[in-house]
Design a protein around this ligand. Structure first.
Ligand code: PAN
Ligand code: ZN
Length: 193
């Protein structure tokens, strides 16, 4: 509920973000949950994923969408929580995507936990940037991006992107990233896919 004091024109914000957790509350906040059953053909061990508890949550996204998707020059603000876990020896991660409009960049920042931001250019060169509380990531235009939880708790990060960026999931679903983060001897290793 927005409280307006018309005497002095001062109002309460319509939405809040909990700094410690990234949790959003208020107007125009949407929530999406991705479970193992929603992540067909994302992990290398698809046979193992199929045998796991399908309702297990892999990640949750909250986003403040103040304008309609596709609006030119508006901004969206989101928080993603990736739960701790693995499919075989591959860490829980997001689907990953390119932006539909290829010249749209994005900011990510680490809020909690330990992660990796997997980035891939158009020539399919893939690299991983460490994520931790306070890390800041500028994802350049036309770079595919996926986040991976390599820690022993939840990975939480924030994101801010343009409202007309759009999401292209198809290319990653079809061709994947050229490398994956695999646990070996208790450590994350970036290995060719
Ligand atoms: C993020 C992502 C979010 C979930 O808000 O959408 O972390 O990842 P997937 O969209 O790949 O499932 C973002 O990059 N928005 O543009
Ligand atoms: Zn994005």
């Amino acid at each position: 509920m927005v409280k307006v004091n018309w005497m002095n024109g001062i109002i309460e914000p319509k939405v809040n973000v909990e700094i410690e957790s990234g949790k959003l509350s208020g107007e125009k906040v949407i929530e999406v949950t991705k479970r193992l059953k929603d992540l067909e053909n994302i992990f290398s061990a698809e046979n193992i994923r199929k045998e796991m508890t399908q309702d297990k949550i892999v990640y949750e996204v909250q986003a403040h969408l103040p304008v309609a998707e596709g609006t030119a020059a508006g901004l969206f603000f989101g928080t993603t929580i990736i739960h701790q876990g693995k499919v075989g020896n591959e860490y829980f991660m997001t689907k990953g995507h390119l932006h539909k409009k290829s010249d749209r960049a994005e900011y990510y920042w680490g809020i909690k936990g330990e992660g990796m931001l997997l980035l891939m250019d158009r020539d399919r060169n893939t690299w991983a940037e460490k994520m931790y509380k306070g890390s800041l990531h500028y994802i350049d235009a036309d770079i595919a991006h996926r986040t991976v939880n390599i820690g022993d708790g939840k990975l939480i990060f924030g994101a801010c992107w343009l409202s007309d960026a759009g999401h292209n999931y198809d290319e990653i679903l079809m061709n994947g990233f050229s490398a994956r983060l695999i646990e070996k001897d208790g450590k994350p290793n970036l290995v060719p896919a």
